[in-house]
Design a protein around this ligand. Structure first.
Ligand SMILES: [Zn+2]
Length: 351
């Protein structure tokens, strides 16, 4: 949908229109969608986090103007703008508190600054909940009444939507699914948040890379010789360890690489069962960069099947039998489409 040929011509769109902005550590993504969540235009540019938050807020405001020009509509045709950012944040105050991937942006009043630059009222959301709302509104969970989205990337993000409500929590930290505990041992792995045993420490791309590197190093020690197989050979040849490299090796028949992927799935299954027992969502949706090609790829398919196996072995049978587990469908656009969707929700309540 980020491809121009997929954009809906404005003459076929249903008014009012909404803009959605997804602020990430590396990229800003912005879109205009119609009242049914169909994309009219999309724009992305680097965040340039080091240039500071005010400059980025200004460029986010300009992005909305640029998009309205691209579509050929007036600023007044945009009913409201949604903005999703990494947390932790204070939703009521509209402030980013201390985002790990936006150094130096602490306590920045992002909602009001972007509103000032784009000239529209802003609905502010956690980026995980915005992405979850995108999948709920027009993505792979559009036929479900509730969902949990887990976003697998550098970290593990989360979003929870029940009905048309995103679970923001009393302190703006609802839906932090990456920090549920999957290992209570004192020696459990350390999460980037500073606490031990959290899902993110086991199931993120960073965690997979760490476990893969450890596994190759262990093979080296225990065997007294260099480990073999496509993964070890690629690393020996100077390639960087990445989830894509692990998946490629697994596809080429590397048993160690496949085990690393399936071990990631096992940890995810454990975390997902806790979420199922707490929320009982209609669907659990997996998105983000680390989905191993999705259901269409042999490794992606083995990955989600291993999660399903873990869920069946640990969840209450009625939940294991009825909860849908699937991949997300909006890819990197879920955040900006969902932010626009949350703006639409707030607009409709206000009217
Ligand atoms: Zn954590």
């Amino acid at each position: 949908m980020s491809d121009r040929s997929d954009w809906l011509p404005v003459a076929q769109a249903q008014r009012p229109f909404y803009a959605g902005i997804d602020l990430g550590g590396t990229h800003i993504k912005a879109a205009i969608v119609d009242d049914q969540g169909r994309m009219l235009a999309f724009h992305t540019e680097p965040t340039h986090a080091a240039r500071g938050p005010e400059q980025a807020a200004q460029r986010m405001g300009q992005a909305v103007h640029l998009l309205t020009d691209m579509v050929g509509i007036h600023a007044n045709d945009i009913a409201r703008v949604g903005l999703g950012t990494p947390g932790p944040l204070d939703l009521k105050a509209g402030v980013i508190l201390k985002a790990g991937n936006l150094p130096g942006w602490d306590h920045f009043p992002i909602r009001d600054r972007v509103a000032a630059h784009c000239g529209h009222a802003i609905t502010y959301a956690n980026d995980g909940n915005a992405a979850a709302y995108g999948e709920f509104w027009v993505g792979s969970a559009r036929s479900f009444s509730s969902l949990v989205l887990l976003t697998l990337g550098t970290g593990v993000g989360g979003g929870i939507i029940i009905g048309n409500v995103s679970v923001e929590g009393a302190h703006s930290n609802g839906s932090e699914c990456g920090h549920i505990i999957v290992d209570s041992a004192e020696t459990a792995r350390l999460c980037p948040c500073g606490k031990r045993g959290h899902l993110e420490a086991y199931a993120s791309a960073t965690a997979l890379i760490l476990r893969a590197s450890e596994t190759l190093a262990l093979g080296n020690i225990s065997g007294g010789q260099s480990p073999t197989g496509p993964l070890a050979e690629a690393i020996a040849a100077g390639e960087a360890m990445t989830p894509i490299l692990v998946a490629r090796a697994a596809e080429a028949g590397d048993g160690v690489a496949l085990l690393l992927v399936l071990e990631t799935a096992r940890w995810l299954g454990i975390g997902i069962v806790t979420l199922m027992h707490t929320i009982d969502p209609a669907a659990v949706v997996l998105g983000g960069a680390m989905t191993f090609g999705g259901e269409a790829s042999p490794i992606g398919s083995a990955f989600i099947e291993r999660i399903r196996t873990e869920v069946r072995s640990r969840a209450l049978p009625i939940l294991a039998a009825s909860t849908v587990l699937c991949f997300a469908s909006l890819g990197g656009l879920a955040g900006c489409i969902g932010a626009a969707g949350l703006a639409r929700l707030e607009q409709k309540v206000a009217v």
